[in-house]
Ligand binder design. Structure first.
Ligand SMILES: *[C@@H]1O[C@H](CO)[C@@H](O)[C@H](O)[C@H]1NC(C)=O
Length: 248
């Protein structure tokens, strides 16, 4: 679900882009000295929502309904959740239904922080898993689905200004994602080679303990997603100078 933050950041970055060169007209320009800069950013993101749902080819932004992630692997060697798992063809439904709670910008320190809330995400993928969760052996491969509700997320970008030619560009050095899920309902099909009874029991167990399971997996997910989005945001930042992205 941290993937969602990628989107939000994408939206956020795009909302900064000036209409000067060949930039699309649906981007609202925000001026860095606007005393209502935060409101401007929130506003431009609201305007972008339908474009994000469809995708924005000009910015290499794919459709986010659903958002697609080819593959994520998690290798937890030790601890109460010691599993090797792989998820392919991840589809995330619902990320465009976000609400921006707060925007914080410190231009001098090159820091941006966005807090947002997402009411509901439905995620499906094809999983392969083996290991132990809270002492219980787990093994299987098949469809993995889940509903995640009441999600609070924070995206933090820490960057630097880099001179190229006559222009200053922004470069993101650290990209951090943090999310907290209010509730999760998950389902792993075909656990234990399709053994129905064992599979049902394990699904009950996982859902009873979802908070614990999620907290073990969370850092890996956050890092994976953050690195994808760091690359992505730098693609945009390296293309347009700061004066074009955030004009005076
Ligand atoms: C998620 O919610 C949808 C409908 O809202 C439901 O059809 C589906 O079974 C749910 N999935 C899980 C794993 O609970």
């Amino acid at each position: 679900m941290g993937v969602v933050k990628f989107l939000i950041v994408t939206i956020f970055l795009c909302s900064f882009v000036n209409a000067k060169p060949k930039l699309p007209s649906f981007l609202k320009v925000c001026h860095r000295n606007d005393p209502k800069l935060k409101e401007c950013i929130k506003d431009s993101v609201e305007r972008l929502r339908p474009f994000l749902a469809k995708g924005i080819p000009e910015f290499d932004i794919p459709s986010c309904e659903p958002l697609l992630i080819p593959e994520v692997s998690i290798d937890q060697g030790t601890g109460s959740v010691a599993v090797q798992s792989n998820y392919r063809d991840i589809k995330i439904y619902g990320p465009s239904k976000f609400t921006i709670k707060n925007v914080k910008i410190d231009l001098d320190k090159n820091k941006v922080r966005i807090k947002l809330w997402i009411p509901h995400l439905e995620i499906s993928s094809v999983y392969t898993m083996s290991g132990k969760i809270l002492m219980m052996p787990i093994q299987g491969t098949g469809a993995c689905t889940g509903n995640y509700t009441n999600i609070d997320a924070t995206v933090s970008m820490d960057g630097e200004k880099v001179k190229k030619g006559d222009e200053l560009y922004f470069n993101v050095k650290d990209f951090l994602v943090d999310f907290n899920v209010g509730h999760a309902q998950i389902r792993l099909d075909d656990l234990f080679n399709g053994d129905k009874e064992l599979g049902e029991a394990m699904n009950l167990f996982l859902n009873d303990n979802w908070k614990h399971v999620a907290s073990e997996i969370k850092p890996v997910m956050e890092d994976t997603i953050a690195s994808i989005f760091k690359k992505f945001s730098n693609k945009i930042f390296h293309k347009y100078p700061i004066d074009a992205i955030l004009p005076e």
